[in-house]
Design a protein around this ligand. Structure first.
Ligand code: WTA
Length: 621
């Protein structure tokens, strides 16, 4: 604890010196920077004037000391396995960078990555980084429509994909979705297809190329581009409070410094660890703690392609036992799903290789914490509960294991250099135990640079409440020991299975259906997924079969956004509760789905009858 306090104090007193030291110790620079950072709120630049390369840091610099160390241990869902050393990963990345060059890609271009969880997805990301092509990974669960919107927003020139991937024994077809998306994207010149499932496929002459064909005859040599520290590394789309996802931009030098430092602090990484982060590369956790953080830190990363229940619910425990995984980083929603399958499954595997457990994505409830600690960690592995966001780039609040005593359900204390305070609406500090908003007072190297193409929305969304102070969108309280307890979102963002989704996104999808007049969407508590999507829908004139239409609308939303956004429940109603000025009162709807009653203030409500009907409707169903 003393060591942590000392580190924290140093970072607080002299952030320039602290972060300079981190960047010097953790990252290779081709040219050193002139200033540690320039802060013109809301815009920041880190390690200004420095030159580096993310792929170089994840690969080349390890070759002398870790060339023969496994960088990736891969297990496909069907059971196929590969161990890829740092030397081999370097070779694969160099070759694919040459492929991208041969297609005419240049630093500053944008590439979409829409791939299953196979090592080539990592190769694709690192090859883009090596060349300076800004990548945007789209989770394979997103639909063609969602992919198309992201390609347009980024004006991407190339799409890197695969025929499909394996999930629950079935092929998830990705290239078909790319075909549907790209037909309306004239800016996309090339689609490169990695062959994973080898199922029949249609290739468009001139546009689509097999990865293995382009790989023939390219060189193993490819020097990394020397890129500016602020060169855009990736854009990752995430849900905000409007219907349009926002492209969160992260750049190179600061991001890499931050994820490498936090990777070491939070996971207390040892040379012989086998580290397994179960997140998909399509989410920020997959970027920061499956690819850039661990590879930059020289770790061995486990990657598993498929579903935890295939062929049975003990697949993860089997993977841990066979590959001797020592660090497991996963989400509370996954833990809750696994709890349901009972203790016998984990108990029948040797989990003694585990030494540290991690949690991310939502507050971990006491029952899940206790089970994770007792059944998986055998009461000997600390649990690091890590709070952060796509926008923060890396972990902001988490215990340093061994140093900081744990309290189940709390992310404990902020990382060194992260000045977090729980404040009220006016920005005044809240006393202990009082609910407020966690704010981050000083810039940090991993923070969001802007929203792609929309600097105004960036300013408005994160910095308009208090100038120069980053607003998270979460509520929290701080206890008498200074420990932070995250209480969940305060905006219209839902958290379904640890995936961020805005209520507006689902509403926009619903009202684009010809039968729907109006829609209001709220998250309702769910035992496993944390929240489930509940939709209140009014219909246009017509003779609708509610049962059939309910099914159709759920499918429709999955088609518009992605299968993970399929609503749990569709409730048809004659009217939605609105204020006299016509705003839908989502707060009331939230109360209705949570408690089936309404207790709050309803004085601004237009028609109380609507609410009473909605509140009793569920019980009648
Ligand atoms: C929530 C995921 C409590 C939070 C890395 C945040 C958490 C949102 C935790 C960001 C945690 C994430 N405890 N809540 N340990 N981790 N959250 O951008 O509401 O997908 O604002 O990033 O997830 O989700 P995102």
């Amino acid at each position: 604890m003393e060591a942590y306090r000392e580190l924290y104090r140093r970072a607080e007193e002299n952030p320039e010196a602290f972060w300079s030291e981190q960047a010097t110790n953790e990252i290779h620079w081709f040219e050193k920077w002139n200033h540690p950072f320039e802060w013109n709120p809301p815009f920041v630049k880190w390690f200004v004037g420095g030159k580096t390369n993310a792929a170089y840091n994840c690969l080349d610099r390890h070759l002398a000391t870790r060339g023969d160390k496994a960088a990736i241990i891969f297990e496909g869902e069907p059971g196929d396995q590969r161990v890829i050393t740092y030397r081999e990963l370097h070779r694969l990345v160099c070759r694919f960078t040459n492929v991208l060059k041969a297609r005419g890609c240049q630093p500053g271009d944008r590439a979409m990555i829409y791939m299953p969880m196979v090592p080539e997805a990592v190769v694709a990301m690192l090859a883009c980084a090596r060349l300076g092509v800004t990548h945007s990974v789209v989770f394979g669960g997103f639909s063609a429509e969602a992919l198309k919107a992201r390609i347009h927003d980024l004006d991407a020139r190339i799409v890197l994909t695969a025929d499909g991937g394996w999930r629950r024994g079935k092929e998830v077809r990705l290239k078909d979705a790319v075909d549907e998306a790209v037909k309306d994207c004239p800016g996309v010149k090339d689609v490169i297809v990695y062959q994973r499932t080898a199922q029949p496929l249609f290739m468009t002459e001139g546009r689509d190329h097999w990865w293995h064909d382009l790989d023939l005859g390219v060189s193993d040599e490819c020097p990394a581009e020397q890129l500016d520290s602020e060169h855009p590394l990736f854009v990752l789309y995430t849900s905000g409070t409007t219907g349009k996802p926002k492209g969160i931009l992260h750049t190179t030098g600061g991001y890499l410094t931050y994820v490498t430092s936090t990777m070491k602090w939070v996971f207390d990484l040892k040379e012989d660890d086998v580290y397994w982060c179960t997140a998909d590369i399509g989410w920020v956790t997959g970027h920061s703690y499956l690819v850039y953080g661990p590879l930059s830190a020289g770790a061995t990363c486990m990657i598993y392609e498929g579903s935890p229940d295939y062929p049975a619910w003990d697949r993860w425990w089997d993977v841990i036992a066979r590959h001797k995984v020592s660090i497991l980083y996963t989400s509370p929603t996954a833990i809750r799903a696994l709890i349901k399958q009972g203790e016998e499954l984990p108990n029948s595997h040797d989990l003694s290789s585990l030494r540290l457990l991690g949690s991310v994505g939502e507050p971990i409830n006491p029952a899940a914490w206790e089970w994770y600690h007792r059944v998986i960690g055998k009461d000997r592995c600390p649990i690091v509960d890590t709070w952060w966001q796509t926008e923060t780039g890396g972990i902001m609040i988490a215990p340093m294991p061994g140093a900081i005593p744990l309290k189940p359900g709390s992310g404990t204390l902020p990382m060194p250099g992260i000045l977090t305070e729980v404040v009220d609406f006016e920005g005044k500090p809240r006393g202990h135990q009082r609910r407020g908003f966690p704010h981050h007072q000083a810039p940090w190297p991993g923070m969001i640079r802007t929203i792609w193409g929309d600097p105004e929305r960036f300013q408005q969304q994160y910095f308009s409440r208090m100038p120069g102070v980053y607003f998270t969108g979460d509520a929290a309280r701080c206890d008498e020991d200074g420990y932070l307890w995250i209480l969940g979102r305060v905006d219209d963002v839902m958290n379904v299975s640890g995936h961020r989704l805005s209520t507006m996104e689902v509403e926009s999808a619903l009202v684009s259906h010809p039968a729907v007049a109006e829609a209001a969407v709220v998250g309702k508590p769910h035992e496993i997924t944390g929240q489930a999507i509940c939709c209140f829908v009014t219909l246009k004139q017509g003779n609708w079969d509610h049962h059939q239409l309910g099914q159709d609308l759920r499918k429709w939303v999955a088609h518009e956004i992605g299968a993970f956004a399929r609503p749990d429940e569709i409730r048809f109603t004659e009217a939605l509760p609105k204020t006299r000025s016509g705003k839908i009162m989502r707060r009331l709807l939230r109360e209705i789905v949570t408690s089936h009653t309404v207790s709050g203030d309803v004085t601004t409500l237009e028609d109380l009858g609507v609410v009473n009907k909605l509140a009793t409707q569920h019980d009648e169903d």
